[in-house]
Design a protein around this ligand. Structure first.
Ligand SMILES: NC(=O)c1ccc[n+]([C@@H]2O[C@H](COP(=O)([O-])OP(=O)(O)OC[C@H]3O[C@@H](n4cnc5c(N)ncnc54)[C@H](OP(=O)(O)O)[C@@H]3O)[C@@H](O)[C@H]2O)c1
Length: 267
């Protein structure tokens, strides 16, 4: 199944906050949810899904394998633990959250374990996250571009990642944009606000529509019902060529997620 264009992010949200966010989102019609082992909220997400009554097969669940679990002896057991917490027998997509720092675990070892997890039915698709062009080339050489359902990377109006996007397009690899809203910063952007004014929309919706129109999936997070609702409505907004050109000019290589000791050498 292709990665859904629109889903719910859950980074930083735990306990009742994430339960409420997921419940509200499902109520509003969200059907894809992005979590990760390191978010320490898989059990909360699992509880929220169960309580919502939405059928498992109507949902698209993504989790991500933390860097401590990338070796062949840990990856599948850790994924099974994620499934237990999520109260399901499979996720739809499992990503390598970050490339193994310093190449401590060879990429081939992790990808082979992921392919094995897929063969066992523990995950529908496999993919990567925070992969650069060089790392994607390596992954393609190991597993083939067809096996990599997405590369989930930071892409916002302020970090447009054009070289990576062009490479991914050329290779037929789908990209998922995380932190599309630059963690809420886009709200205050005068260029996005001006475009929004002409479309009877909001700056946040413009940022989401911009990413969607380039073919990226988006997974904005929110703790507020009104924001969750308006973010989903961005899927109906169509920007014009002038709008897209104005947003292209906002790129300033402003990266928010680059953890020390973990982040790769960015493109
Ligand atoms: N693969 C990775 O390494 C990685 C890294 C980072 C993130 N992610 C994924 O990407 C998801 C999205 O990133 P993110 O959650 O960090 O940031 P984000 O979606 O760019 O921004 C979330 C922030 O924007 C605010 N917001 C959301 N909708 C809004 C609206 N309509 N109006 C005004 N403010 C709004 C939220 O506040 P309110 O709660 O007040 O609405 C929250 O503070 C994460 O949740 C996670 O699932 C993946």
């Amino acid at each position: 199944m292709p990665v859904p264009a629109f889903g719910l992010g859950t980074y930083r949200l735990k306990g009742q906050t994430v339960i409420d966010s997921v419940r509200t989102a499902l109520d509003l019609g969200y059907r894809a949810i992005d979590t990760a082992q390191i978010y320490d909220n898989e059990a909360d997400v699992g509880q929220a899904i169960e309580e919502s009554g939405v059928a498992r097969d109507a949902l698209y669940l993504t989790t991500k394998i933390w860097i401590d679990n990338l070796s062949k002896d840990r990856l599948i057991p850790s994924l099974r633990e994620s499934l237990r917490k999520l109260r399901t027998d499979h996720v739809d997509l499992t990503l390598i959250h970050w490339p193994s720092p310093g190449g401590a675990v060879p990429l081939a070892e992790s990808l082979e374990a992921l392919l094995e997890a897929r063969a066992q039915g523990l995950t529908g698709e496999i993919g990567v996250s925070n992969f650069t062009i060089a790392l994607l080339e390596e992954a393609i050489a190991i597993a083939g571009a067809d096996s990599i359902a997405t590369n989930q990377v930071e892409i916002s109006p302020y970090l447009q990642n054009r070289r990576l996007a062009a490479f991914a397009r050329e290779q037929g690899i789908h990209l998922t944009s995380y932190m599309t809203l630059a963690y809420g910063e886009v709200v205050h952007d005068p260029v996005l606000q001006e475009i929004a004014g002409r479309h009877d929309a909001t700056a946040v919706q413009v940022a989401l529509a911009w990413a969607l129109q380039q073919g990226f999936s988006v997974i904005p997070s929110s703790t507020k019902r009104a924001n969750l609702e308006s973010n989903l409505a961005a899927t109906r907004l169509r920007l014009g060529a002038d709008d897209l050109a104005a947003i292209a000019a906002l790129d300033r290589n402003a990266r928010l997620a680059s953890p020390d000791g973990i982040a790769p050498q960015w493109d």
